[in-house]
Design a protein. Structure first.
Length: 355
């Protein structure tokens, strides 16, 4: 068996994260441009447990080594291997202006400035609910994306379980939606939003504490044209956040927006998520913008499994955790899923590690 496939197979057996040989190739392409483990994870688009185990295997195969500064480097054997296999350094032509999103945050400078000013006092991301806030540039770009797709002006919008990103606040600040309902399990975020709504006289927005493991009451089901959320990547959370998000939508042609990452789930799991969306919920995926969402590093990182299984002790110093921004649209016959969640695997499973 070829070396890349052999390593992928061994890592899959050890971590239970599904992989193929090209995943190992992409990791080697990343090592050709950076020695920083967290940047390698980012460039490889791999769940941390898989990237970590690939590095460890390649070290034991004598292909990689870790230097005194905890940088991951190719050995001479590794250099010979990448040359023999024709593996090239990872390339990046991402647009520096819009940061690759296609919707530049500075297109609405007033919204951006107001949001940045207000977000200065935001509650800190905490581990309990897998929090990790996206950059203000990401949040504002989400709003511009909505507006560009006809999903903002005059619309009833629900933002669910993602207010660590303050997207509900940013949507409300535009004063373009008809109604904004923000729900989150974290009372600190709800109080933060409600205080600002009151101070700024935004009377079409409200925030309310809700645990998405519980089914929605009738006065939330089928009431909105747009939902926005950002779930952890377990199956239970996918249903609680996105299944329930779809259940809030009024009719066919309504839209849902959410982030899905490859840092806490594999591409194989994405396929399963997409099958649930298309076959079970009867919605269509209209957009996937890879690496749209950039997450600021969270203070609790050293306590996470990701930090413990990493091949280096060094913490991330730059943005490395990104997710794709999905847009879906309901089709005739779409399903409103609203079952209770009893699954204990809500925030973490074998593919996830950053909670
Ligand atoms: N625990 C790290 C921060 C993760 C924030 N949530 C990202 C969810 C992506 N769907």
């Amino acid at each position: 068996m070829k070396i890349l496939q052999k390593v992928a197979k061994e890592v899959q057996e050890a971590t239970k994260v599904r992989l193929h040989g090209r995943n190992v190739e992409r990791l080697l392409s990343a090592v050709l441009v950076t020695g920083d483990f967290w940047k390698i994870v980012d460039l490889s688009d791999l769940p941390v447990p898989a990237a970590s185990e690939i590095v460890k295997r390649l070290v034991s195969e004598g292909i990689l080594f870790i230097d005194d500064q905890e940088n991951i480097r190719l050995t001479q054997k590794g250099v010979d291997l990448v040359n023999e296999l024709g593996i090239s350094p990872a390339q990046d032509y991402t647009c520096g202006a819009c940061e690759g999103r296609g919707y530049p945050f500075y297109a609405d400078k007033e919204l951006y400035r107001t949001f940045v000013e207000l977000a200065k006092d935001r509650p800190k991301a905490i581990r309990d609910y897998d929090q990790g806030s996206v950059t203000p540039e990401t949040t504002v770009s989400r709003v511009l994306f909505l507006d560009s797709r006809g999903d903002l002006r005059g619309k009833d919008i629900i933002v669910m379980g993602a207010e660590d990103d303050l997207t509900g606040l940013a949507v409300a600040l535009t004063r373009k939606a008809r109604r904004v309902l923000v729900i989150d399990i974290d009372k600190r975020l709800i109080d933060f939003d409600n205080r600002i709504f009151k101070e700024l006289g935004i009377d079409n927005a409200e925030a309310m504490v809700w645990d998405l493991r519980n089914p929605f009451p009738d006065d939330i089901l089928g009431q909105f044209e747009v939902f926005i959320t950002d779930p952890p990547e377990t199956f239970a959370a996918f249903r609680a956040f996105i299944g329930r998000g779809i259940a809030t939508l009024k009719e066919e042609g309504c839209a849902g927006y959410f982030g899905l990452t490859l840092r806490d789930s594999s591409i194989f799991r994405w396929k399963e998520f997409q099958e649930i969306l298309i076959n079970e919920y009867c919605v269509v995926i209209t957009d996937i913008v890879q690496d749209f969402n950039h997450y600021m590093n969270w203070d609790y990182h050293p306590e996470t499994r990701a930090a413990q299984i990493a091949p280096v002790k060094k913490n991330p110093t730059d943005i490395w955790y990104r997710s794709a921004w999905y847009r879906i649209e309901t089709l005739p016959g779409f399903k409103r899923w609203n079952d209770p969640i009893s699954d204990e695997v809500f925030y973490l499973d074998e593919e996830g590690s950053t909670t």
